[in-house]
Design a protein around this ligand. Sequence first.
Ligand code: FAD
Length: 326
Amino acid sequence: MRSYEETIRRLSQIPDLSISVAEPLSRHTRFGVGGAADVYVETAVESSFIAALLEARASGGDSTVIGSGTNLIVADDGFRGIVLRFTGADISQTGLCVEAQAGAELQQLVDFSIDRGLKGIETMTGIPGAVGAAVYGNAGAYGHSIMERVQQVRFFDGATIRLFTNAECEFHYRESVFKRHKDWVIFSTNLHLDAAPAGELRESAGAILKIRNEKYPPTMKCAGSIFKNLILADLALNVQSQVPARVIREGKVPSAWFLEEVGAKGIKNGDIHVADYHANLIFNAGNGTARQLREVIDDLKSRVDHRFGLLLEEEVQYVGFESNGS
Ligand SMILES: Cc1cc2nc3c(=O)[nH]c(=O)nc-3n(C[C@H](O)[C@H](O)[C@H](O)COP(=O)(O)OP(=O)(O)OC[C@H]3O[C@@H](n4cnc5c(N)ncnc54)[C@H](O)[C@@H]3O)c2cc1C
């Protein structure tokens, strides 16, 4: 394994790369928990990002890629290795197609599309985070997800830049091929949208944003929903039979329903709280730690497992726990 000093020396020769040593990752996550990364680098230039990624991998240590940190839990001990972030944020339009770089905030892309009278992603208004991670996790809300609009995704597979069609992305609910290839890095995506009056789009997005801001106040330190919802048809018959029809939406059962049934609302562990109005929302009320957060998550999973024989799956992604570097 290359020495730490040698890796930093090599990284500093890459143009347009900003490098920080012992960078607190709590600054880069909305939860505001977690320790430092040995090295944190970011750049808006693809060639510099690739050079840094290859350098990180050649160093023999761990590395991982993050976006805006709105869906991350970083361990209290931080990340031993190199954390990379691609910040290229160009957005452009050709007819009904919009192309966005992975580092653009999803909200910028939503606003850009609405302003140009392009319909298809306005229900994603208010979902925090960057475009790359939205593709990675097939982000969505209000019955729609980004997979419905993605035409192509451009990414680096560790050796070359490749282009995937929508089908090749293997999108499912909060899933894509990129979640199974954590060493691939998304650089940009093309979306196909429909024409619609900008005023109408703005109105429906505004109504959604109002509801979202009540549920997730903009200053709340959280990751949105902690657990994925469940596909009704995938549940065991004895579990399906316990779920009231009124909670089923588009063939899914909100994990919040199971969590509510096991008394999750309002649970507290230090400054880590489960919202008293939403059982699938955990937030950091001030000085919570990643350990406390994991304890609450594990407690909720075991309660649901015990009562329903069902293993909830986290939507949130972990950094610095066990071996999750790429
Ligand atoms: C208040 C709140 C509300 C939310 N509501 C919703 C919602 O309604 N619907 C929804 O779907 N999500 C929601 N989320 C979750 C979050 O917004 C999404 O998961 C978002 O897509 C994460 O983006 P990010 O840039 O912050 O990614 P990060 O949290 O930084 O990273 C998430 C994952 O993406 C990977 N990643 C990041 N960039 C790239 C890249 N360029 N290439 C490959 N992999 C990459 C990372 O490795 C990591 O595993 C909410 C979060 C919050 C805080």
